[in-house]
Design a protein around this ligand. Structure first.
Ligand SMILES: Cc1cc2nc3c(=O)[nH]c(=O)nc-3n(C[C@H](O)[C@H](O)[C@H](O)COP(=O)(O)OP(=O)(O)OC[C@H]3O[C@@H](n4cnc5c(N)ncnc54)[C@H](O)[C@@H]3O)c2cc1C
Length: 340
């Protein structure tokens, strides 16, 4: 490939991969780079040494009501139906349903819901007190007044890609007009060789932090193989204690994630600042005074017609996979239309 009249996509997560595919299908030559040694971004999964598939950056559950996204993705994967259920471990050892439903409320008492499920979680997850958090984040976790046990009760489509997210993204990138280079970090000197760049790197990092740094929460994942067939009744159990750990996932409880008869693999999550985790940026921080959004606006206001920021870190937005894919499809369609 020559380096002229071409598209550079920075980041091989869903955002970058979807844009790359759409532009490749429209006849453009696309180079996709990722600083990691794999595709699929934070949705990356792999099979471990005992034959269990784990998601390296935490459990990824695909759920959406957006049929356009399902149809698009279904070209690249088959699906295994799965409806996620989460339990919370109470101090007395009982397990109750999350998000809080009627049964959970009856067990713990309505007046205790905030203190048991939200206060310690907020402190651990966001590193701040409940009162300091943006109300949107609290409101995103509904309290149900029925007995529904599903974690995503409203989404019409819930399933896991049968052969995993990594394979799905590999299939998306498998196109004669796409070249993928792993372990390749973006460098400004690359810009000159391309007509347009779709960039999922952190927007503040691209602009060398000329305004404030945009903070993120990160997670340290502690994974172990245990010499017992199974430990949890569901895939994920959240902790309500004040220890630093938020939840544990037992991977073989996700369908198609391995059948090892003697052992199981679990991952415990410990949230922290991205600064304390090698700048692994997972969750944009919505502060209650809106300072981070103001900083973001300053970065977004910088004119750069050759560059479109995409994805969780490019947009500094909490995007689930279906939202990242939908947004990427929209961005690609607009680009193709404008270039006509
Ligand atoms: C812990 C966790 C759990 C999640 N659980 C779910 C879930 O259950 N369901 C759901 O729908 N979504 C979930 N998500 C969100 C999901 O991961 C994202 O929606 C999806 O990965 C979005 O992809 P992206 O391409 O925008 O970003 P990413 O997946 O972050 O991909 C960006 C890529 O860009 C690369 N990159 C960054 N900087 C550079 C650079 N300078 N040079 C080269 N490459 C660079 C990164 O290495 C990365 O691979 C979760 C996210 C996290 C962090």
């Amino acid at each position: 490939m020559t380096e002229s009249n071409r598209i550079l996509v920075v980041g091989a997560g869903f955002s970058g991969a979807v844009i790359a595919r759409e532009l490749a299908d429209s006849g453009r030559q696309v180079l996709v780079i990722d600083k990691r040694d794999h595709v699929a971004g934070n949705a990356y999964d792999f099979t471990n040494e005992i034959g269990i598939r784990i998601h390296k950056y935490g459990p990824h559950l695909f759920h959406t009501s957006n049929q356009k996204v399902v149809d698009w993705l279904s070209t690249f994967t088959e699906w295994t139906p799965y409806q996620h259920k989460v339990k919370a471990l109470l101090g007395d050892g009982r397990l109750v349903t999350l998000p809080v439903n009627k049964e959970t409320t009856e067990i713990v008492g309505k007046e205790n819901v905030l203190d048991i499920f939200f206060r310690p979680y907020t402190k651990k997850m966001w590193g701040i007190e409940l009162e300091q958090i943006d109300r949107d984040i609290i409101n995103r976790v509904p309290i149900r007044d029925d007995m529904n046990e599903l974690y995503f009760p409203n989404d019409t489509f819930q399933a896991l890609p049968t052969n995993g997210y990594t394979r799905t993204v590999e299939n998306i990138l498998n196109h004669e007009n796409i070249e993928f280079r792993a372990s390749t970090a973006f460098d400004r000197s690359m810009e000159a060789g391309f007509d347009h760049i779709f960039n999922s790197m952190p927007i503040d990092e691209y602009f060398e932090y000329r305004f404030d740094r945009l903070p993120y929460r990160s997670i340290k994942f502690h994974t172990s193989n245990l010499p017992i067939p199974r430990v949890l009744p569901v895939a994920t159990v959240n902790f309500t204690h004040s220890e630093p750990y938020t939840r544990v996932t037992e991977w073989k409880n996700l369908p198609g994630h391995g059948l090892c008869a003697s052992h199981t693999t679990v991952t415990v999550e410990e949230p922290c600042s991205d600064i304390d985790n090698n700048f692994e940026r997972y969750y944009p921080v919505k502060d209650s005074d809106g300072r981070n959004l103001q900083t973001l606006q300053k970065y977004k206001a910088i004119e750069n017609p050759k560059m479109t920021f995409i994805g969780r870190c490019g947009l500094y937005a909490y995007l689930d996979m279906h939202q990242a894919i939908n947004s990427a499809l929209t961005v690609a369609a607009r680009f193709i239309e404008t270039a006509k």
